[in-house]
Design a binder for this molecule. Structure first.
Ligand SMILES: [Zn+2]
Length: 269
């Protein structure tokens, strides 16, 4: 499932569309995760002004105070060319270029936001991990008294947005904090390390174009893969020797809240 670095990679890839005018929109089915809005074709005839991101939602700003909200779900991606039966939305631009939304599992979401109304999907989101209003101090505050593991807390979109399974495992390994440790027992010092590693891991992953896993689902707009998996220190490395210089332990996998966590029992406390 795309996490923040993948969605930010897509946002950057889409920036090339700014200034282009939409000629026509073709919907090849009635819904993705939810039905398309009735007025979806009202994006036609408008220019793209800017492309923002909030958590894992892309916010494509259009002329006339209209925002096209898009979420990639599990397997959604934007590309430049038709791929086949999973192409659900095809946008043609006045200049002859094309944008195609492909999504085999159809957990993606598309909607329109009129004016500056707050969309219901955006109203309960926590802080952006790379935003200036989040800090180690704030993270420490939101972990206080919480009786869930730090791994599960990091996936909670009210604590911080955009971090999923892959990046939570990587961040906790690099911070040297056990994913099993209860959130309320994560010290201030550990919290600062988690905050710092969150910045490093997410920024490095964005730089690498995100993570394309073995399933090959995630691709950049131009069809390139995301190369961050080459830098995975623990994710998907069960049974391999720990990547820390002075550790000969084996990377373990466990399931927390139904999802895999990868960790080193020696380097993470
Ligand atoms: Zn280790």
């Amino acid at each position: 499932m795309p996490e923040l670095p993948e969605v930010e990679t897509v946002r950057r890839g889409l920036l090339g569309l700014v200034g282009k005018e939409i000629l026509a929109v073709e919907l090849n089915r009635a819904d993705l995760r939810f039905p398309f809005p009735d007025d979806m074709d009202s994006i036609a005839g408008r220019k793209i002004i800017d492309i923002d991101r909030r958590a894992k939602y892309l916010l494509i700003r259009l002329e006339g105070d209209l925002t096209w909200l898009a979420h990639l779900g599990m397997t959604g991606r934007f590309g430049r060319v038709l791929e086949g039966k999973h192409d659900h939305v095809v946008i043609d631009f006045v200049d002859g270029t094309r944008l195609v939304y492909t999504d085999p599992r159809r957990f993606g979401i598309m909607d329109l936001i009129h004016g500056d109304n707050e969309h219901k999907l955006l109203s309960h989101l926590g802080p952006e991990p790379l935003g200036s209003d989040w800090s180690g101090e704030l993270l420490h505050k939101s972990l206080r008294g919480r009786n869930v593991s730090i791994k599960v807390a990091l996936l909670d979109q009210k604590v911080v947005v955009g971090i999923g399974n892959i990046y939570a495992s990587e961040i906790l390994f690099r911070a040297g904090v056990s994913p099993k440790r209860l959130a309320k027992n994560v010290s201030e010092k550990m919290t600062i390390r988690i905050y710092d590693e969150t910045q490093t891991v997410l920024l490095t992953a964005i730089e690498a174009g995100g993570s394309t896993l073995k399933d090959g689902q995630f691709k950049q707009i131009d069809g390139n893969l995301g190369y961050f998996p080459h830098e995975f220190a623990v994710y998907d490395r069960e049974g391999e020797v720990c990547t820390s210089v002075e550790c000969s332990n084996t990377i373990k996998r466990m399931v927390q809240s139904g999802r895999s966590t990868f960790f080193c029992g020696r380097c993470q406390r």
